[in-house]
Each structure stands twice: as structure tokens, then as C-alpha cells.
Design a protein around this ligand. Structure first.
Ligand SMILES: [Zn+2]
Length: 192
């Protein structure tokens, strides 16, 4: 899942009674894709994390939720904000299980609906989720102007459409992996 994660962040933050600054919103959007950022760091380091073993398993996601929730609490002094940060990280996992497949525990089975096999279906799930987050945030009137703008919604649709187009034409994932040499792991298995 890609823009759907950002949608989840928007949905959770729209329930806050506090005004959301640009820095806070960007940090929250980054937290919503924290496991994918971790995968990107692993790739840059040339470190193989098969099927999200060191980024998307339950223990590692719980650890990321704790760390990012803690940092956001220290930075804002708001328990509600800390819970939202921890929440978007934890919700990354169920969202990924809709569009991809992952192992939940080391050595466990691969589970997930894997909508990535059908790029248009993936688009049909993620785009409304992203737009729902944008719309709720816009309706709350407590988000930065750029995030509430029509342009932000258009941007989300363009990104998700580009991802679907890439998947349809290349039949591969968009996320790089250092595991290409593993026979059991194809690029399609590592994307989200
Ligand atoms: Zn992910």
C-alpha cells in the first residue's frame, strides 16, 4: 500500500482537536510509511530483509510504533498526538495485508490479500482511502492549507495512478529490495 497509508494518517489526525502544523503533518505522513522507509534504508545499505522480516513483522512494527510514539510525545507533550503516531504505524500492517502479503512473525507463513496482483483493484482500494483521509483533514479545518487544497487531492490521485501504471506495464514492484538474488523472492513480492 502506498497513498492509502497517507489516507490512514489523515483519517486519524482529522479527529484531533489541535491544529496540525506542516512539520507535524509531514512527520505523521512519514510515520505512516515508517516500515517502508526502513525497507528503503535496508536497500541503500544492501541489507536483505525478505518479505519485510526486519520492517513489517509484528515485533518490529510494535517497536517502531513505540519509538515514534515516544518521540512525538517528547516533541509535542501531547498524549493524543503520541497515540496517533503510534496508531498510524500499527495500522500500516493491516493496510499492507490488503494490498500485499507479508510474514507476521519470523518464520511464519505469508499472509495477505495481495491486491498488487491486480493493479486496477489496488488503485480502486487505495485511491478512495487516500482521498477520504484528505477530505476528513480538509473538513476538520485544522490542517495546513497545502494539505487541505484540491491540489493535494490531485497529487494523491496522480501518484497512485502512476504506481498502478508502472505495475501494469512493468509487472514488478516499485519498492527496491536488496534480496533480488534470492530465488524465492521476486520484486513483486517486496513492493508496497
Ligand atoms: Zn509497507
Amino acid at each position: 500500500m502506498i497513498t492509502g497509508h497517507l489516507g490512514v494518517a489523515g483519517i486519524l489526525r482529522s479527529g484531533s482537536t489541535r491544529r496540525t502544523s506542516t512539520v507535524l503533518l509531514l512527520a505523521l505522513l512519514a510515520a505512516s510509511v515508517a516500515p517502508d522507509i526502513l525497507d528503503t534504508v535496508y536497500f541503500l545499505l544492501g541489507f536483505c530483509s525478505p518479505y519485510g522480516l526486519f520492517s513489517h513483522t509484528l515485533y518490529v512494527v510494535a517497536l517502531q510504533a513505540g519509538v515514534l510514539g515516544g518521540i512525538s510525545f517528547l516533541a509535542t507533550g501531547s498524549r493524543a498526538t503520541a497515540l496517533i503516531f503510534a496508531g498510524v504505524v500499527l495500522l500500516h500492517l493491516p493496510a499492507d495485508l490488503i494490498t500485499g502479503h507479508k510474514i507476521m512473525i519470523p518464520g511464519g507463513d505469508l499472509i495477505g490479500l495481495y491486491l498488487y496482483a491486480h493493479a486496477t483493484l489496488d488503485w480502486a482500494v487505495e485511491t478512495p482511502l487516500a482521498l477520504l483521509g484528505w477530505w476528513l483533514l480538509r473538513r476538520s479545518a485544522r490542517a495546513p492549507t497545502w494539505a487541505s487544497s484540491i491540489g493535494a487531492a490531485v497529487f494523491l490521485v496522480i501518484v497512485q495512478t502512476a504506481v498502478a501504471g508502472y505495475a501494469l506495464t512493468h509487472m514488478t514492484g516499485v519498492k527496491p529490495s536488496a534480496c533480488f538474488a534470492l530465488p524465492a523472492q521476486s520484486r513483486a513480492d517486496t513492493r508496497d
